[in-house]
Design a protein around this ligand. Structure first.
Ligand code: RFL
Ligand code: PHB
Length: 389
């Protein structure tokens, strides 16, 4: 079998890129190791930048998003007993859209199905051969059989634990990795959100976040030490811990209920040395991981897709490799800016057991500066709502 582009991974980056390439008449196939049901059961990101929304709308996957996504003009920042608001709309005239990654993925699957763009589920890629030549081959397991497909480009949209970032030689010795000594315990509950907009809290008990998926579905997180077992967290223990990390006046509005999902995500920062080698390109979590504090993971996946699409269209329509060779530098320039913002926000909000008292005070002072300075709030808004492509 031969197709122009093989996309490994049916997460948001793989599906969005497949839809965009197919819309230009480029022949694609998506290979996803899991079932569709499994992919759609993963509760992950919730905040979309304008650039992400625009791409989904332009490709024809924006109907539900425009109907049900919640437009937010700002966020609240809390400490133990205090809370202030950062207004994106007022400071830089921008907004974000709160809409779950599960919904984005579902909308993209529906679009691909409608357009007969092939996705093979339970197809685990085992090998990528000859990716530095102009005719790579992708070998995968499907229904107990080994199959292969030849192509002109392989796009690794297969996440941090996928195969494609390990194939690229320069990524094998990578210095850009930080494992944080804490993770996020998150729950989803069928209760109304405690506030109209998100609350990020830096409390003396550790970080907490109040987020949402809709007016009747809330997503809450608390910081937990690395290695914590989710089985040790009853709903009652979660709510108790969450309540201790938000100001009293917010606590009194909190409606609790049983969790319908509960999981722990480790926090790390990782950036690949390069996002391209020969005819293999990386997009999304395959190339970088941000701690979720700045809500950048899914949005960076979308900006990578934007640049990769531009490069591939130039290759297929103008027969030029220039944009392919520029792809990594262009994408990484934006990735590192979001990486810096996520790292800064993570450090400012979390209680780090390895921090010395001096560093603790610096975190506190950064938050005070953010509270007191309209200029800092504009810089925050610029980063949070999404830097230009
Ligand atoms: P994904 O979504 O991980 O999709 C990769 C897909 O590749 C498949 N795969 C393979 N398929 C075939 N053959 C192989 N050998 C394969 N190896 C892997 C996998 O099954 C999977 O379906 O990556 P993508 O598309 O780049 O999308 C990136 C986003 O998913 C990610 O950045 C965000 O979800 C990160 N993230 C969050 N981001 C936010 O902005 N806000 C959040 O609140 C937030 N929470 C999270 C998160 C990521 C998490 N993970 C990965 C642990 C919470 C969690 C738990
Ligand atoms: C979420 O709703 O899951 C969410 C929102 C904002 C973040 C991280 C996660 O920074």
């Amino acid at each position: 079998m031969f197709v122009q582009v093989v996309i490994i991974g049916g997460g948001p980056s793989g599906l969005l890129l497949a839809a965009k390439l197919a819309a230009r008449g480029i022949d694609v196939i998506v290979l996803e190791q899991r079932t569709r049901k499994y992919v759609l059961s993963r509760i992950r990101a919730g905040v979309l930048e304008t650039g992400t929304v625009n791409q989904l709308v332009e490709i024809g996957a924006g109907k539900n998003l425009l109907q049900n996504g919640l437009k937010h003009n700002g966020v609240f920042i809390a400490t133990d007993e205090d809370m202030f608001h950062i207004d994106f709309k007022e400071s830089i005239d921008k907004q974000v859209t709160v809409y779950g990654q599960t919904e984005v993925t579902k909308d993209l699957y529906e679009l691909l199905d409608r357009r007969n763009i092939p996705i093979i589920h339970e197809a685990k890629v085992e090998k990528i051969l000859d990716h530095t030549s102009s005719r790579p081959t992708v070998v995968y397991e499907n229904n107990g059989q080994t199959k292969s497909v030849q192509c002109e480009f392989v796009i690794g949209c297969d996440g941090f634990h996928g195969i494609s970032n390990k194939i690229i030689k320069r990524n094998q010795e990578n210095p850009y990795l930080i494992q944080l000594p804490y993770g996020w315990l998150g729950i989803l509950s069928e209760t109304p959100p405690v506030e109209d907009e998100l609350i990020y809290s830096r409390s003396s008990m550790g970080f907490a976040l109040a987020s949402m998926r809709s007016k009747s579905l809330s997503r809450y997180y608390v910081q937990v030490p690395t290695g914590e077992n989710v089985g040790n967290w009853s709903d009652a223990r979660f709510w108790e811990s969450f309540k201790l990390r938000i100001p009293k006046h917010v606590r009194s509005n909190l409606i609790t209920g049983p969790s319908i999902e509960k999981s722990i995500a480790p926090l790390r920062s990782y950036v690949a040395n390069t996002m391209q080698e020969g005819h293999l390109l990386l997009c999304g979590d395959a190339a970088h991981i941000v701690p979720p504090t700045g809500a950048k993971g899914l949005n960076l996946a979308a900006s990578d897709v934007y640049y990769a699409h531009e490069a591939l269209v130039s290759y297929f329509f103008n027969n030029q490799l220039d944009k392919i060779n520029e792809y990594s530098n262009k994408a990484l320039m934006r990735v590192w800016k979001s990486m810096r913002f996520s790292w800064w926000m993570t450090r400012m909000f979390h209680h780090d057991p390895n921090q010395n008292p001096f560093e603790e005070k610096i975190g506190e002072s950064e938050l005070n500066h953010l509270k007191d300075s309209k200029l800092m709030q504009s810089v925050f808004s610029d980063n949070y709502t999404g830097l230009p492509y």
